[in-house]
Design a binder for this molecule. Sequence first.
Ligand code: ADP
Length: 479
Amino acid sequence: MSDIRPHLINGRWVHGGEAVENRNPSDLSDLIGLYAAGTADDVAQAASAASAAQPAWFAAGPQARADLLDRVAAGIEARATEIATMLAREEGKILPEARAELRRSAQIFRFFAGEALRVTGEALASVRPGVDIEVTREPVGVVGLITPWNFPAAIPAWKVAPALAFGNAVVLKPAELVPGTAHLLAQVIQDAGCPAGVFNLVMGSGRVVGQAIVEAPEIAALSFTGSVPTGRAIAATAIQRMKKLQLEMGGRNPMLVMDDADLDQAVEACLNGAFYSTGQRCTASSRLIVQAGIHDAFVDRLLRAMLALRVGPALDPASQVGPVVSGAQLEGNLGYVALARAEGCEVIGGERLDGPAEGFYQRPALFLGAHNGMRCAREEIFGPCAAVIRVDDFDQAVTVANDSDFGLSAGICTTSLRQAREFRRRARAGMIMTNLPTAGVDYHVPFGGTKGSSYGPREQGRHAVEFYTTVKTSYCLAG
Ligand code: ADP
């Protein structure tokens, strides 16, 4: 029992009855640990503790909140190697990527430490003489945060930091596959002196813990990142309870490679965008829309670079691409590889690989000769697989790019200022990249998409205030 890593509820480490195994996808014989699997009752306790603690946390004022977030940033930096190693071990991201994610997480906390001090309002004269109006922002109250496995540190950070900065209390549920990173993050937040109940961690399944968070009456707002079906299910339940919602879901992000692109730059952007982090990024460049004149040279160069990528254990310094996160995800990816063949693509790569230990290794794959009507080109795969779609001209490229149920990120490789500008205007996506991979974003600017990719206010940067606060309009007749 004491071997089970506990939840953090109301400032105390709470042991649950049930536990889930956390195993290393690079080496299935490596049992990272047992982590508590929460119940609806654990969520009820966390939500009620959060609700009790939140008013005093807001009343403590922006300096106290900024100071805590600063200490959390310092705590992450102090334990960065330990947490990055955990992240690489449980998620399969190679260590340099895991380190970068930890650096980013600390930066996010530091950014929102500053934002706590920069909440502004408005003062206006009323249309009625003698009356003044103030428009101010207040916390929404208790926020439920449900996070996915692909960024086990950064996504919790970019939800927890603004929630706390603006005076909310939090119940966080990390994905079942990656409780270890969230657990270490919770230790850092606790050790930084977070008041009891302001931050709560309840680990466990989506069906039990996630569902209980969505239903908890004390939780006023939900921020979720994950798959489209789960996002839709959460929205359906949450809307019945009139909860504020922020959903970040999938992507099938187009990357245009135009005839006039710098070939080196285009190959590098597509290699990175499609395959780094094992393609397990909602912003991955997974539809490569390539103009006919550059198509063969581009495909030839990208294939050579792709096949040279060293796939291996996350903690091996020689690895460039880590394993797929889980057996189920690998099965899904292999299913799409088979589907691409069945739909008529020429598939290069994509097969399961043996590693030095038993793990979920897969060679990155290109689906050549794809067209945008194929399922293997439309549906989100979330693995190291990209479809290559040949087009004749810029207009066709933009039409294909926009013909998607998703609209998260969209990129173009071109040396033409006119095409770059035109694409920026016409692309139906929340984030546009020129001569850069569709993945890889800054932390101080908004993140989010259109269509099926996102719902609700944007995350990150100054725009985060929209979701994590509510607006109050006060009228006052003086004298
Ligand atoms: P992924 O395929 O990336 O795991 P999911 O949407 O299944 O995406 O999971 C994202 C997060 O949502 C995880 O923390 C998961 O446990 C949680 N989750 C899954 N199902 C539900 C649900 N019915 N209600 C609330 N949360 C859920």
